[in-house]
Write a protein that binds this ligand. Structure first.
Ligand SMILES: Cc1cc2nc3c(=O)[nH]c(=O)nc-3n(C[C@H](O)[C@H](O)[C@H](O)COP(=O)(O)O)c2cc1C
Length: 211
């Protein structure tokens, strides 16, 4: 398969300092709105990169469930690879790959666990099947067959047939507090626009980066 000639030009938009919001979260919300309005698949999906105690990075997609001045929130299994890596080393990097808009956003920050009340609120808002699946899956652990997983799911479904599904103690969320956020807009001839926001004591500073 020949792939070296696969390429395209990026001409959709331009980014300049005077077009940017002084607050990166407000800027992010504008771009997220565009991603949602464009109806690209999974507009809230972000790649979360974590690093283990040997310095080995790993990454995976998760869904952003909240963004506000404090940061970016997602939910997951607390026994998963990402959760155990983040509890040892909270340094994290998020990536939003909005290709159809010729944009990407990269967030550098620190992850902390969100409160049980917040986790509970979100868990209760999920469809019942997703709540049951959270109970059935020992995320990131080996399992012999898909059948074994379905069997576990059926048992859990039976167990919680009546009433609300309780919040599993091994399920939770992370808030990523950002200290740097980059906005990238594809440009003609690979001369892309990149702006890095850096948090300082006096607020957010913005600098343009070479593409
Ligand atoms: C579009 C998409 C959205 C996903 N959303 C989540 C999510 O919100 N939370 C989650 O734990 N896993 C989510 N996953 C699954 C993760 O990518 C990953 O497989 C899982 O969390 C286990 O990761 P880990 O073993 O690296 O911890 C999603 C996968 C995709 C492709």
């Amino acid at each position: 398969m020949k792939i070296d000639a696969i390429r395209r030009s990026y001409t959709k938009d331009k980014l300049d300092l005077d077009k940017l919001n002084a607050d990166p979260i407000a800027q992010f919300e504008l771009w997220l709105k565009d991603a949602i309005a464009t109806e690209l698949p999974d507009p809230t999906a972000m790649c979360v990169a974590s690093v283990d105690s040997n310095g080995q990075p790993s990454q995976r997609l998760v869904l952003l469930k909240d963004v506000n001045t404090a940061g970016f929130t997602f939910y997951t299994n607390l026994g998963s690879r990402k959760a155990s890596e983040l509890s040892e080393n909270p340094k994290v990097c998020l990536h939003f790959p909005w290709h159809p808009l010729e944009r990407q956003v990269i967030v550098y920050g620190t992850a902390e666990r969100v409160s049980n009340t917040q986790v509970m609120q979100y868990f209760l808002s999920r469809p019942k099947e997703s709540q049951l699946a959270a109970w059935a899956s020992e995320q990131s652990r080996p399992i012999s067959t898909r059948q074994a997983l379905m069997q576990k799911f059926a048992e859990i479904k039976h167990k919680f047939e009546h009433g609300e599904v309780p919040l599993p103690s091994f399920w939770g969320g992370f808030l990523v507090r950002p200290h740097q956020i980059e906005f990238w807009q594809g440009g003609e001839h690979r001369l892309h626009d990149r702006f890095m926001y850096k948090k300082s004591e006096s607020g957010w500073q913005i600098e343009r980066l070479c593409p």
